[in-house]
Design a protein around this ligand. Structure first.
Ligand code: CA
Length: 232
């Protein structure tokens, strides 16, 4: 397997160095940037497999970098957050980050998160040659094998996580899943995640899928329990 390339956008040299050291030890190729602007340029020109993105950065903060990268690319982005209020902002702004991790974190935890996020990319690549399996739900066509979704014939741009959540829910149409179940099944790690991540991803999916995201017809909330997929 090709070595994966990880872009570290972090202005604190000591943190950047220790992350770089540990990732290289794990067999990753690393690139570093020490401010937001340089980070954004490398994110767009170097085609990394994953981006580690600090929030507080000189020249351009991590929120802006995330937003701008997301306009161009679906590369997995893992935000490095220092404070609770930053986490709230990551979750609330719907920047399109795939995940976040709170400082201080252990290298073991960071590497587990990176692996979980990169596995998804591999999976997406591996499915490209697989025959399509299009299932139709009302106006929605989901190619369960190929990460493709169309609404009334229009292709939708979903991140891998959004796609996997949609696929998971749609494949078990009508069945209600708790946030914890979804985190475990779709995100694939039990201990590190925050269930709010599920809510944010549902919100983003609704904005892409639904005519009116405040009155969803596909991804439904079961109050006090969780979410389920419904054929409109
Ligand atoms: Ca910083």
């Amino acid at each position: 397997m090709d070595k994966k390339k990880i872009l570290i956008i972090e202005d604190e040299q000591s943190i950047s160095d220790i992350i770089k050291f540990n990732l290289e030890k794990e067999g990753y190729i690393t690139l570093t940037a020490y401010d937001g602007q340089a980070g954004l340029e490398k994110a767009l020109s170097e085609n990394p497999d994953l981006i580690l993105l600090d929030v507080m950065l000189p020249l351009m903060d991590g929120f802006q970098v995330c937003k701008k990268v997301r306009e161009e690319s679906l590369v997995p982005i893992l935000m490095l957050t220092a404070k609770e209020e930053e986490i709230d902002k990551v979750l609330g702004l719907e920047l399109g980050a795939d995940d976040y991790i709170t400082k201080p974190f252990s290298m073991r935890e960071l590497i587990a998160r990176i692996k979980a996020n990169i596995r998804r990319t591999d999976f997406a690549d591996a499915t490209r040659d697989v025959p399509s399996d299009v299932q139709t739900f009302g106006n929605l066509e989901i190619d369960m094998n190929r990460f493709e979704v169309r609404k009334s014939g229009q292709a939708l741009e979903l991140t891998q996580r959004e796609f996997e959540l949609l696929k998971y829910l749609a494949a078990a149409e009508g069945r209600v899943f708790s946030r914890e179940q979804l985190l475990e099944e779709v995100w694939g790690y039990e201990y590190y995640g925050d269930i709010r991540t599920v809510d944010v991803t549902v919100r983003r999916l609704r904005e892409k899928l639904e005519d009116d995201s405040s009155d969803p017809k596909y991804i439904m909330t079961k109050r006090g329990i969780g979410y389920y997929f419904r054929r409109p």
